[in-house]
Design a protein around this ligand. Structure first.
Ligand code: B12
Length: 475
């Protein structure tokens, strides 16, 4: 049986030798966990090279030599271009006969560009659970770029989380440690569906709608798919049995798409006993959806929902309209009120530095967003500067207008507002108005990283929180 090594090139938003603690350094990669499970089910020998756990490129090369895999599979988001291709190049240097396959949203959108590199033998577009095992068994029958068969999500095996040998440690950290009442570890991340039907202009939504597709009569079209509630509960109970988790992060783009599904899920959480055990959960929702479904969000709270990640993006109506958010500033305020009334914590996502349709940036729009955040006082403030994302229509518009200053892939994944992106935006000024707590944390994090004290600091924070008894109390 062929052996396959899966590589996670996630060192742009994280780094080599990353300490476990903050999300980008800690969370597993769902794509690889799904692929590993399917490969193992088909009887293949699978191993993982997560660059975040290695000291550097020489350790990666040594790993390739030691494992001597027949196949290398690399996953890739746009911002991971550099480390993804470096990992492919190095593998080919160490083992010239190794076959390489690249997958993920970026290769799905730009397969030709990836093949041109000369170090990629195959690009699997779309989803890989069914077709990757087939490719590994019989590479000769595949063309250099091909579509993966679309899986029924109830028919594929659960994610192989323990391909990260330290998975039990990874789930021991409360991820939203900054809040007064953080999520209690162990914390597991789960996906209940694939795809998002909304079409926000800043998001790589068209890319995603191109990725999660099905073929009918020779044509590919977007295929939003959900696991059944029964299948999700089966995995949750399996995970509870194994790890006794106390919180769950649902990593779907949007948790509430199908109201009936969510109602059924809430009931199942009660029936399973997980609510009684004090399990709490985090998920993402839109302001307009919260406003239209207040009762449902009440049921979610009763079923353990604790925090909602809400994409407010802006509190200026003209900006919301321009970015095709499909929600209004009034809905943003109302959704926050509903959350406060229901006792749901708010993780607020707001984006500054987006130019308007005339190509100009208007500071008053961003001032309004910052003022609104000060009024709402969310439990977690996630403020970022607009980053043009290839595959989104706003990015294409901004590039056409000559507004983009830095379109290199590696600059497209920096969550924290540190570098200039769009011509005409006064980033120095924006840095003075973003919420101070957020700015302070980013600054301290960068300084501590530069001093090489990151690991020590992360461990000390968690020890302190433990001593304070933060991990001991219930919802
Ligand atoms: C959850 C999530 C996160 C979590 C990840 C947590 C985790 N544990 O993995 C966090 C918060 C950390 C995160 C961070 C970021 N994210 Co994000 N995230 C997502 C989200 C919502 C789900 C990802 C996921 O697990 N999908 C489900 C899996 C099964 O799908 P998949 O990864 O595509 O994998 C399948 C196929 O692509 C293929 N495949 C993938 N890899 C491989 C490899 C091989 C060899 C093969 C054969 C096949 C294959 O098979 C897989 C199984 O079918 C997606 C949107 C989405 N629905 O996918 C955005 C998304 C991936 N994120 C995005 C972005 C922009 C980011 C950030 C840059 C944001 C920021 N500014 O910081 C960072 C980048 C982090 C990084 N280093 O890459 C964009 C990426 C766009 C792009 N062009 O690259 C997306 C698509 C959202 C969007 N629509 O704009 N993200």
């Amino acid at each position: 049986m062929p052996k396959i090594l899966l590589t996670n090139p996630q060192i742009v938003t994280s780094s080599f030798n990353a300490p476990i603690g903050f999300p980008d350094d800690t969370l597993i990669r769902h794509s690889l966990a799904f692929l590993s499970a399917s490969l193992k089910k088909a009887g293949h020998d699978v191993c993982l090279a997560d660059l975040r756990t290695l000291k550097g490129w020489s350790e990666y090369e040594a790993r390739i030599e030691r494992e001597n895999p027949d196949f290398l599979g690399v996953t890739m988001h746009t911002c991971e271009w550099e480390p993804a291709f470096e990992s492919l190049k190095r593998a080919k240097k160490v083992r010239p006969n190794i076959a390489t396959v690249l997958g993920g949203i970026h290769p799905t959108m730009f397969p030709e560009e990836c093949l041109e590199s000369g170090v990629v033998d195959f690009v699997l577009m779309g989803e890989g659970e069914i077709s990757l095992p087939k490719l590994v068994e019989n590479p000769g029958s595949f063309s250099p770029s091909f579509w993966g068969e679309t899986p029924n999500l109830d028919e594929i095996p659960f994610e192989d989380r323990e391909i990260w040998p330290d998975y039990r440690q990874r789930i021991q950290y409360p991820l939203f440690v900054t809040g007064k009442d953080p999520f209690l570890p162990p914390m597991v991340e789960v996906l209940t569906k694939r795809g998002c039907p909304w079409e926000c202009g800043f998001c790589c939504g068209p890319g995603e709608q191109n990725l999660f597709t099905k073929e009918t009569n020779g044509k590919r079209s977007f295929s939003l798919r959900s696991r059944s509630v029964g299948n999700v509960m089966e995995e949750l109970l399996f995970l509870y049995d194994r790890y006794q988790f106390r919180s769950i992060v649902f990593h779907d783009d949007q948790f509430v798409i199908n109201v009936k599904w969510v109602e059924e899920f809430c009931q199942a959480m009660h029936d399973s006993g997980l609510v009684k055990k004090g399990v709490t959960w985090w998920s993402a929702s839109r302001p307009d959806v919260i406003c239209k479904n207040e009762e449902l969000f009440g049921k979610m709270k009763e079923a353990g929902a604790k925090m909602l990640s809400i994409g407010f993006e802006s509190f200026s109506d003209r900006m919301l309209k321009w970015m095709k958010k499909g929600a209004t500033a009034e809905e943003n305020y109302k959704a926050s009120e509903i959350c406060k009334k229901l006792g749901l914590q708010i993780y607020a996502n707001v984006m500054l530095g987006l130019p308007y349709s005339d190509g100009k940036w208007y500071p008053e729009d961003d001032q309004e967003s910052v003022r609104a955040m000060e009024e709402i006082k969310p439990d977690i403030n996630s403020v970022s500067f607009y980053t043009p994302m290839p595959g989104s229509w706003l990015a294409e518009w901004a590039v056409d207008k000559g507004l983009v200053m830095n379109y290199e892939a590696k600059n497209l994944g920096v969550r924290f507002p540190t570098s200039a992106r769009i011509k005409g935006v006064d980033y120095e000024y924006l840095n003075t108005i973003i919420p101070q707590g957020f700015k302070f944390r980013s600054k301290v994090k960068n300084i501590v990283k530069k001093l090489g004290l990151y690991k020590l600091t992360v461990n000390s924070i968690f020890l302190l929180r433990k001593l304070q008894g933060v991990f001991g109390h219930k919802r």
